[in-house]
Design a protein around this ligand. Structure first.
Ligand code: GLN
Length: 474
């Protein structure tokens, strides 16, 4: 009940699209009964959680923050949602995002942007006071606030504002790690194939993974333990039995080799994050770890490569939204084609339509070889860069998560900033192309009083080791 009332008190953040109060209260009642009878279902029994609104939830509207899916009520639960419920977790609601998870600010959804809870924190307000301090209620309604990051900004804001203890995000190019960094949380992207995607409405099937947002690494490990494992409904999940994800305690890092990729030192990186990054490396070194500079030579191709692959898969994925099967249908009866076109024009925002157009261009017969196939080859080179580094003895890579701390909304939506927002994924996207596990961990508060995250990247399916190191650092 406290979580639900906090959701109401922090409504101005726009973190939730749907609050499933009745469902949650009923689940809580059942959980309480189990607790009294000493029959708790596990670590998550009775724990309030939230789920990004691109995971199907049986009987609860699932919109992907798009007009296209307004009113769509799935008849089934995504596997990860079902697993949470089977463990007794309480589903508080569905969280806000960029439309169909395309973006990195959570500013591009049909239900309006998500506000970063840190915009209203004491530390940040005190820093800003010297400049200007408008009345808080006006700020809450106006535009003077910071982005939450994205595209899982609603999930990040929900956990950060203490409305729930964990939230599911999705991560295709950084969408869990980026908002986690901006909202002062742990944001984890598991290895591709470790956690089922069944019921996660796809953005880029070959890169999407469900992500986990929590306030500490231990909580992430608990949720991962519940979610990980083979799913017959997702043929890309691995068959191997999955180890439990309880983290061994790590006190001695002297056997670890930490790699610092030199290509990640880009000119756009804020000097503050740069110095935090090097302080973190020093911390490992002074604890006895070996810290070495490494090279991921194809890094600079990752943004363009991602763009070709992402938009091509988007063009194909979005074909299912034709007005016949799901959600929105436009009232045009001249012809079926005219109905399709009008529905899609009304249902999708500019970002989605733009990606469908780009993707179809790359997939044209005359462009396919030159763009799509070439991008797949480059993707392989990018993935091999990581394999080479790990094969040379590096255990974990340490990088920044974002170029800067969270920026003000008005700055973020400026036209010229759109390119910057794509660049902001520079540290996170390549990991998705390689299918590796990665986690953003809060590292410090900036001079402005805002959270800054650093990212750890591990070898494929070494998720447990990655989280163990992240917890040592935390
Ligand atoms: N920012 C990237 C994009 O817009 C990644 C999104 C994501 O991870 N869902 O495609």
């Amino acid at each position: 009940r406290k979580c639900l009332s906090r959701i109401q008190r922090t409504k101005f953040l726009n973190a939730y699209i749907t609050v499933s109060e009745e469902v949650a209260l009923k689940q809580a009642e059942e959980s309480e009964k189990r607790y009294k009878n000493g029959r708790s279902l596990g670590d998550l029994d009775g724990i309030p959680v939230a789920v990004k609104d691109n995971f199907s939830t049986s009987g609860i509207e699932t919109t992907c923050a798009s007009n296209m899916l307004k009113g769509y009520i799935p008849p089934f639960n995504a596997t990860v949602v079902q697993k949470l419920l089977d463990q007794g977790a309480l589903l508080l609601g569905k969280t806000n995002l960029d439309e169909f998870a395309m973006g990195s600010g959570s500013t591009d959804g049909a239900f309006g942007p998500v506000k970063n809870p840190w915009s209203f924190s004491k530390q940040y307000r005190e820093q800003k006071r010297e400049q200007r301090r408008p009345k808080l209620h006006r700020e809450r309604e106006g535009t003077d606030w910071l982005i939450a990051g994205g595209s899982s900004g609603g999930s990040a804001a929900a956990v950060s504002a203490l409305t729930c203890f964990a939230a599911l995000g999705s991560d295709t190019g950084g969408s869990t790690r980026n908002p986690a960094a901006h909202c002062g949380l742990v944001g984890f992207k598991p290895s591709y194939g470790l956690v089922s995607r069944h019921g996660l409405i796809p953005l880029v099937n070959s890169m999407d993974v469900p992500g986990i947002l929590t306030r500490c690494v231990d909580d992430t490990a608990i949720v991962l333990g519940v979610l990980a494992g083979h799913d017959p409904k997702d043929s890309t999940t691995v068959q191997d039995p999955v180890k439990p994800f309880t983290l061994p305690s790590l006190t001695d890092v002297s056997k670890l080799c930490i790699g610092i990729p030199k290509e990640y030192l880009v000119p756009e990186l804020s000097s503050e994050i740069r110095s935090l990054w090097s302080k973190a490396a020093d911390l490992f070194e002074s604890a006895g770890a070996k810290v070495i500079e490494v090279s991921l030579p194809h890094t600079s191709y990752s943004i363009v490569c991602y763009h070709v692959l992402c938009t091509s898969e988007v063009a194909s994925n979005m074909a299912r939204f034709d007005g016949l099967e799901y959600g929105h249908r436009c009232d045009v009866s001249v012809s079926t084609e005219a109905m399709y076109a009008a529905t899609r024009r009304e249902g999708f925002n500019d970002v989605v339509r733009g990606r469908i157009l780009s993707g179809n261009f790359f997939l044209l017969k005359e462009n396919y070889e030159n763009y799509f196939i070439k991008a797949q080859k480059v993707r392989r080179l990018i993935a091999n860069d990581f394999v080479n580094v790990f094969n040379s003895g590096v255990d974990i890579l340490l990088t920044p998560t974002t170029l800067s701390e969270a920026v003000p909304f008005l700055e973020f939506i400026k036209e010229d900033n759109r390119t910057r927002s794509a660049q902001d994924d520079i540290f996170t996207q390549a990991v998705n192309m390689a299918g590796l596990p990665a986690v953003s961990v809060p590292a410090a508060l900036s001079a402005q009083g805002l959270p800054v995250g650093l990212q750890f990247i591990g070898r494929a399916f070494c998720d447990q080791k990655l989280l163990t190191v992240a917890r040592w650092f935390e």
